[in-house]
Design a protein around this ligand. Sequence first.
Ligand code: ADP
Ligand code: LRH
Length: 483
Amino acid sequence: TESPTFAAVDLGASSGRVVLGRLTAGRLETAEVHRFANGPVPLPDGLHWDAVGLFREVLIGLREAGRPVSVGVDSWAVDYGLLDSSGSLLGEPFHYRDSRTDAVAESFVDSFGAPELFARNGLQFLPFNTIFQLAASKGAALEAAEVLLLIPDLIGYWLTGQVGAELTNASTTGLLDARTHEWSPELARAAGIDPSLLPPLRRPGDVVGELLPPVAEETGLTGTSVVAVGSHDTASAVVGVPARSPNFAYVCTGTWSLTGLELPAPVLTEQARRANFTNELGIDGTVRFLRNIMGLWLLQESLRTWGLTSHDLPGLLAEAARAEPLTAVVDAEDTRFLAPGDMPARIADACRETDQPVPRTRGALVRCVLESLALAHRRAIREAAALSGRDVDVVHLVGGGARNELLCQLTADALGIPVVAGPVEATATGNLLTQAKAAGHVADLTELRRIIATSHRLDHYTPRGSTGPWDEAEIRLPSRPTP
Ligand code: ADP
Ligand code: LRH
């Protein structure tokens, strides 16, 4: 019989792609058929995504997809579009870096009670969680809205005409009950919305629907259905971690560094809340116990400030590799770095405030960014292990950052634990294999990960030297207030 193929639509905050996967004799061959840029668009009322433009790129990609069994869609979390009663999109979705939640998020938490909120939804405090975005929204769009669709579900709606909310991404909204895995009407009301705005939940593996006739015509696809995957990109990235033993931690590095552990159950303790950990849902009942670290956004925005592009990255990384180690580090979880803007200036401020030298060259600043990320990876992994009572003997670093050899090596050095880097396209890989599993070609997560480990070239980094200099650098970071 012919080997089945699947198509993954993976929308990252900095780029989107359509990737095909063919499963033959226990190996997955992948081919990227379309890639396109993505990013915030400043409009008079704030920062948005160009959702319609992204959908157009999805259609262009699917036109190159051949005859896949199914299509799965994933994207970044928390953001949403609103539809009116006739199914029209009510304005371009806001970007999670928009500042409208600044004044609202903390006061919402204060009035609800931080421990009460964490006990209910199990989420890390991030000012852009959907619950805070909704609390900050006023106006006509929300009043006219009949249904709220998270970004991958919006793309799924445009492909099939079916509405729903996929569970892994719903778990990032702050509106899902961490114990029952159902929408919480109480949290919806607290956010100021009618709970009926939230569509029925669907799970990875569920059929979303068949392609609408204009979509089938535009893409040339017939007989292809859309299947729900871990539609939160980080859920698919964790599926795409080629772990061979249970004692692994992961760092999903792209725009963000999502760093933590895969667990069978949430950790809802007061210590976990104070350490600002999140319990997001993975596939097959797993929990992603992790922290959001600012990630390569720090580097992307530095390049943008300098008028450089990703083509300049190899040269800059070579300079960073030659720069003096650990002269200055910043807290890569500080929300001061969240908004778009002059990143080198903000990093310099953070160095001054902690009495450290300001990096004088671009190479030194890039080194400061990568060392700060490595230190943040170390802190999150150590704390996740302590809070969950797990041992960690290997760290899997997946996503675009797996191409960054210096970042991989520094992460191994800081932790004193080996790092296995790759796949770069872990998210698309996890998306594809979740579809293959839904179609009955893969038994479970263990087999799925074995397929990834045998299909991809992985790079191994062994820790160099002692972790002493990292212990010393960690002391220079300001202590974080706990609410
Ligand atoms: P996202 O899904 O959040 O958009 P990706 O997983 O695509 O992010 O990762 C993008 C990041 O990958 C970039 O910000 C960049 O730092 C890194 N990257 C891409 N290409 C290279 C390269 N050739 N060398 C080092 N890093 C790279
Ligand atoms: C990574 C990601 C992350 C979220 C952020 C908004 O792309 O989905 O897991 O917290 O975007």
